[in-house]
Write a protein that binds this ligand. Structure first.
Ligand SMILES: [Zn+2]
Length: 215
């Protein structure tokens, strides 16, 4: 998959015009350095070859992370003025390639249409926070001999729970999951998402847990 494109840009400081490389597709699960640039706010910073001025220049790009079930069209912030028009255009461009682009990567959710890096950074930061808390929970669960089942990433974001959930070996129902979560919580009440998981499981009816992946 092509990941870079060349665009002509003009330095706002000295007016020099030059060719610059831009990422057109970023794979969140593979391009770790690029993802880091997004997180630290340096993704779209250019340096003028003539006067060395640093400036920001946005071009549209696609952000894909299949394991996280995420596909986002990230457009320059200035496009927000004509937001509806741009979203309609992106949707029209996307429909014919949906099967290849999303389906081929195992992405099931609807694409996101974001304006500027702000909303993407926010999402990535929240995912990273969730990942870190998930790791702590998983460590505790393994120590207790519990198994871990993956949670649908979109559900994890929507319900603000972990990317996985503890489950006693050999079991799969809601009551068993609720007990496992409560037992972990009794040992560590410092994980906000463990409380969320207990509350979420407690509020469900029946034995099935709809947010477990591949079930
Ligand atoms: Zn310059």
């Amino acid at each position: 998959m092509a990941t870079k494109g060349v665009f002509r840009v003009e330095c706002p400081q000295c007016g020099e015009s030059f060719d610059a490389d831009f990422w057109t597709v970023v794979r969140g699960d593979r391009d770790h350095d690029v993802k880091e640039l997004i997180l630290i706010g340096e993704f779209d910073i250019l340096s003028c070859p003539k006067c060395s001025a640093m400036f920001r220049h946005e071009e549209p790009f696609l952000y894909i992370d299949p394991p996280k079930d995420m596909l986002a069209f990230v457009m320059p912030e200035s496009y927000q003025e004509k937001k509806d028009e741009w979203i309609a255009r992106m949707k029209a461009d996307y429909e014919p390639v949906r099967a290849t682009l999303a389906g081929g990567q195992g992405i099931t959710g609807e694409p996101l249409y974001l304006f500027g890096l702000g909303p993407l950074t926010e999402l990535l930061e929240s995912d990273r926070d969730r990942e870190e808390e998930t790791e702590v929970m998983e460590f505790m669960a393994r120590e207790d001999g519990l198994h871990l089942l993956p949670v649908k990433p979109a559900s994890a974001r929507e319900l603000d729970i972990f990317f996985s959930m503890p489950m006693p070996a050999g079991l799969s129902g809601r009551a068993a999951a609720l007990k496992a979560a409560k037992d972990l919580r009794a040992k560590n009440d410092a994980l906000p998402r463990l409380k969320k998981l207990v509350d979420t499981l407690g509020a469900l009816k029946g034995e099935s847990v709809p947010f477990i992946k591949n079930q």
